[in-house]
Design a protein around this ligand. Structure first.
Ligand code: G3P
Length: 223
């Protein structure tokens, strides 16, 4: 399973990219808005496009950039503009009727699409039939309403395998490290997570303690 960052923050991307384990980035309008607000920068079309290009340069893999239009025509127009920014851009579309129509058109033109806001296996099936390259089920938001995000992911992964559909599954809305383990065990192709969760994947108190003990012992006898 590949590991992606779910962020629009360049520092976070550059930091994790240095680990050598980052395969891509996903963004959404909330994350972009948060990033520009945090920097006190006005979000112009030019600034947005420059920022997305910088993200593409910082990560050597696919970068999902989401449209904000709600109609298929607008989504296609925005999608083409986003795709023209960088060869690694993946156009992210909401899983709605208009989103499906736009997905079909963009995919037919060879533009990779990530269908987002997936909360059922049937939505994933529809997205795959519309030519999506990726589907993004939201684990955390399903758990939030006391349903089972893992069960949703399991169904989608199984459906795609049984039906032999050419679409990759991105486990999204990851909230904690157990979600990542669960997604990997269930056969997701990718898990996309916030910077904090990515850092938590590595942390273990026994690793820190063990390393300290090694170093203390070495200090006593080192040549
Ligand atoms: O990028 C979409 C998804 O990962 C959002 O996660 O935590 O806002 O539900 P969250």
């Amino acid at each position: 399973m590949e590991l992606y960052l779910d962020t629009a923050n360049l520092e976070e991307i550059r930091e994790i990219a240095q680990w050598g384990v980052l395969s891509g980035v996903t963004t959404n309008p909330t994350l972009v808005a948060k990033e520009f607000a945090a920097r006190g920068e006005k979000l112009s079309q030019e600034a947005l496009e420059g920022h997305l290009r910088a993200i593409c340069e910082a990560v050597g893999g696919p970068v999902s950039a989401e449209v904000t239009a709600l109609d298929a025509e607008g989504m296609v127009e925005q999608g083409k503009r986003l795709a023209a920014l960088h060869p690694r851009i993946v156009v992210k579309l909401p899983t709605t009727e208009e989103g499906l129509r736009a997905c079909k058109r963009l995919s037919a033109e060879g533009i990779p699409v990530n269908m987002t806001l997936i909360f059922s296996a049937n939505q994933a099936l529809l997205a795959a039939r519309a030519g999506a390259a990726y589907v993004s089920p939201f684990l955390g938001r399903v758990d939030d309403i006391s349903w089972d995000g893992g069960e949703l992911l399991r169904e989608i992964v199984e459906l795609i395998q049984v039906q032999d559909l050419p679409v990759r599954v991105i486990a999204a809305s990851i909230r904690h490290p157990r979600h990542v383990t669960e997604a990997a065990l269930l056969g997701a192709d990718i898990a996309t997570m916030p910077h904090g969760v990515f850092k938590q994947l590595l942390k273990h108190p026994l690793t820190d303690l063990g390393l300290k003990r090694f170093m203390d012992d070495w200090e006593k006898v080192k040549p």
